[in-house]
Design a protein around this ligand. Structure first.
Ligand SMILES: Nc1ncnc2c1ncn2[C@@H]1O[C@H](COP(=O)(O)OP(=O)(O)OP(=O)(O)O)[C@@H](O)[C@H]1O
Length: 231
């Protein structure tokens, strides 16, 4: 789906990662792990074309970027905006219709189904500022479900969410992947990574390891131990 060839990520010409080479295979499920500041979110933003790479090449198998659904970090979300749960979930249908046209019946059904799947039917007309952290994240997942994009990018999807809701959201991620969507998720919970993610990209300041979870995860413990020893 996407190939990275010696891609250095960064801002205004300043590198924040080593040169990355690897493939995001269609239908795969990959966790991006690493310490704070190693460029995990920057990779997602680069795939979204919000950020240009410092150097190297990103190639899309079909010649153009696939449709992408993105769950940003919770801290980057505007929560005081005066809209309802329904309004936010509706936004997932934008790519399939023009901005100001009325929703078609098929869209309305998809939106209602997504809100029900995440357990927010009773809150559909609630202003988003009144939602708890877990409810807010469920709402964003409903929007992802409506988007139904071939590539799903998730930036720390379980931040501020209790373990029961995290388990529930994890099951939704697995369902998306089983339905054929390619998933790339930034995570800090290695147990969850080893349970659910066959592929892992580990980023450090100077190196990266990209491959099967069973091979890459033990390297993370090594890296963490080395960091602890040098601190
Ligand atoms: N808009 C920006 N302009 C300049 N530098 C930035 C910008 N955003 C992030 N950075 C820097 O890029 C580096 C990588 O940031 P990034 O957010 O990708 O890290 P991360 O691995 O996702 O970290 P975390 O686990 O803390 O979310 C950091 O040093 C950060 O300060």
């Amino acid at each position: 789906m996407i190939s990275l060839n010696q891609v250095v990520l960064g801002y205004q010409g300043r590198a924040v990662t080593p040169a990355l080479t690897g493939h995001i295979v269609q239908g795969s499920m990959t966790a991006i792990i690493g310490a704070n500041g190693t460029g995990k979110s920057t990779l997602l933003k680069t795939l979204l074309k919000l950020q240009a790479p410092v150097s190297g090449q990103l190639q899309f198998t079909d010649g153009c970027a696939p449709r992408i659904a993105w769950l940003p970090q919770l801290a980057e979300m505007e929560r005081q905006f005066p809209v309802t749960v329904y309004d936010v979930v509706c936004m997932g249908a934008w790519p399939a219709r023009s901005l100001f046209s009325a929703l078609k019946r098929q869209h309305r059904l998809r939106i209602a189904d997504a809100i029900e799947r995440v357990g927010l039917s009773a809150y559909r007309y609630q202003p988003i500022e009144m939602l708890s952290g877990g409810q807010f994240q469920r709402m964003l997942f409903a929007r992802l479900l409506v988007q139904n994009a071939p590539l799903v990018l998730l930036d720390e999807p379980f931040t501020g969410v209790d373990s029961q809701t995290s388990d529930f959201l994890m099951s939704l991620i697995c369902q998306m992947n089983q339905a054929g969507q390619t998933v790339l998720a930034v995570l800090h919970d290695n147990q969850r990574v080893s349970r659910h993610f066959p592929q892992v990209l580990l980023l450090t300041q100077d190196h990266f390891h990209w491959g099967d979870a069973a091979e890459v995860l033990p390297r993370y413990s090594q890296v963490s131990n080395n960091l602890a020893l040098s601190a």
